[in-house]
Ligand binder design. Structure first.
Ligand code: ZN
Ligand code: ZN
Ligand code: ZN
Ligand code: ZN
Length: 465
């Protein structure tokens, strides 16, 4: 639907007739959120390095089947300076300890949680990604640029155990783990079924399913002074956690981990229902964020399947902006083909803590445009959100902080223009993506006409920032 009107009154009148509902200038959810105090400004990059609206940006620093041979940690280390320069404030690394498939594993089949490439087991000394000292060097290099490092924590299941006789199953199970690190040896009672549970919320791929209610397991996850979380923080230098497959165990596990080990946390709760994501975050005692899969699927419907109305869908960031990690692609799923850059423009101009996928940034998308969007996120995308307009091929939203922005998506094949209300009185503005050549001045009543290029977006904010 394309509407062109000369006055704002006619605009709302025609809109309301055409879409058959009351035009909303502000979504109900965002209206209820109180104005968010934002500390980052162009002159204050350090305070901007936090999770949350207008804060930092995560780089997912791997993809499925990165080159093997123990070089990946050094490859990532070589990117740190450039990533720091563009505004990346945290990196998420793949599971970094020794797994069953040794030098070939991407790490999601964990065997020895304390072998980061120091012990010759599972077919190699180094992991697929490198040695322990190379990992520590990568982490310290990131820290030298004030970039945080998040560990990928796989604690639903284990892999690579030896066979043992298991009284709880009456059979032999591969549940005997005697890692060469000497830390966190496990046997059948640490897995399901055992004396406590026959199962928990979920298992994965038939792998032995860890029982987090077992005292021995809790000791090694968070209680001991050399428990995993404490060791990963103090010895390895990790700052936070990405929890793999959290549907496989109770949210209380993440809560206990974070309460005992500290650090930023985000859970992979692969669920497109924003309410379910919100319930999981609340279930962790609000100690953890969640990846915003609701936003992910809505963006696919909006940008890849050509109906921007889906940007009106329920999403975690709209409910809980400080607990939503927004993303466009990850190592498991990549469904937004057409309009992928638009999807990045969406997550980098809206609330939530955006996560950029390595290949999108380094290989697949226009890096200059990604850098521009990261700059916009760090410098303009502050405050809560007001939806100004949406239909199938146009969407306009306003961030209400200072300086704030107006983002305008156009999914049609020709330039579009629209009168919208800003927060700026008699102020010169322009498109910080550089695509529009307009430099309009807002009226005394804050209204202004802006435009957006075909199949793309524009981002407006006062001149001179
Ligand atoms: Zn339209
Ligand atoms: Zn259990
Ligand atoms: Zn489980
Ligand atoms: Zn798609």
């Amino acid at each position: 639907m394309i509407i062109r009107t000369k006055t704002k009154v006619a605009l709302w009148a025609s809109l309301s007739m055409l879409i058959g509902c009351t035009p909303q200038t502000e979504s109900t959810q965002t209206r209820q959120q109180k104005e968010i105090q934002i500390t980052n400004t162009p002159n204050d990059p350090v305070n901007g390095r936090v999770a949350g609206p207008g804060g930092g940006v995560i780089m997912q620093a791997f993809y499925w089947d990165v080159p093997s041979g123990g070089t990946w940690w050094n490859t990532v280390k070589g990117k740190i300076t450039a990533w720091d320069n563009t505004g990346i404030s945290a990196i998420w690394l793949p599971p970094s300890s020794k797994a069953q498939n040794g030098p070939f594993s991407m790490g999601y089949d964990p065997f020895d949680y304390y072998d980061f490439g120091s012990y010759n087991q599972m077919g190699s000394t180094e992991t697929r990604f490198g040695s322990k000292s190379e990992l520590q060097s990568l982490i310290s290099t990131a820290h030298s640029k004030n970039i945080q490092v998040y560990a990928d924590i796989v604690i639903n299941h284990n892999s690579g155990g030896s066979s043992e006789s298991n009284p709880y199953t009456g059979s032999s199970t591969y549940t005997k783990f005697t890692p060469l690190s000497g830390k966190f040896s496990r046997s059948y009672s640490d897995f399901h079924p055992n004396n406590i549970h026959s199962s928990d919320e979920g298992s994965f791929g038939g792998y032995p399913d860890l029982c987090h209610a077992q005292t021995h397991v809790q000791d090694w996850l968070w209680n001991r002074t050399d428990a995993m979380g404490k060791y990963y923080k103090s010895t390895m230098g990790y700052d936070g956690w990405r929890f793999d497959y959290v549907k496989g165990f109770g949210a209380w596990v993440v809560q206990n981990w974070v309460n005992n080990n500290g650090g930023f946390a985000v859970g992979e709760n692969w669920d497109g229902n924003a309410g379910n994501l919100q319930s999981w975050v609340n279930g962790t005692g609000r100690t953890s964020s969640a990846f915003d899969f609701a936003c992910y699927y809505a963006m696919d419907a909006a940008f890849d399947n050509n109906d921007l109305n889906h940007l009106n869908d329920d999403m975690l960031w709209k409910r809980d902006p400080y607990k939503a990690v927004t993303f466009v692609t990850n190592h498991d799923t990549d469904i937004i083909y057409d309009g992928k850059l638009n999807a990045y423009a969406y997550i980098l101009t809206h609330e939530g803590y955006p996560c950029i996928f390595y290949r999108d940034y380094e290989e697949w998308l226009d890096k200059a445009k990604m850098d521009n969007l990261i700059w916009i996120h760090r410098n303009l995308a502050v405050g809560n959100t007001t939806l100004l307009y949406v239909d199938n091929d146009e969407y306009v939203a306003r961030r209400n902080g200072s300086p704030g922005l107006i983002v305008y998506f156009n999914n049609s094949t020709s330039w579009q223009e629209r009168w919208i209300q800003t927060n700026w009185t008699s102020t010169g503005i322009h498109d910080y993506t550089g695509q529009s050549g307009w430099w309009p001045t807002t009226q005394s009543d804050k209204w202004v006409k802006i435009q957006a290029p075909p199949k793309s977006y524009s981002v407006w904010s006062p001149n001179g920032l």
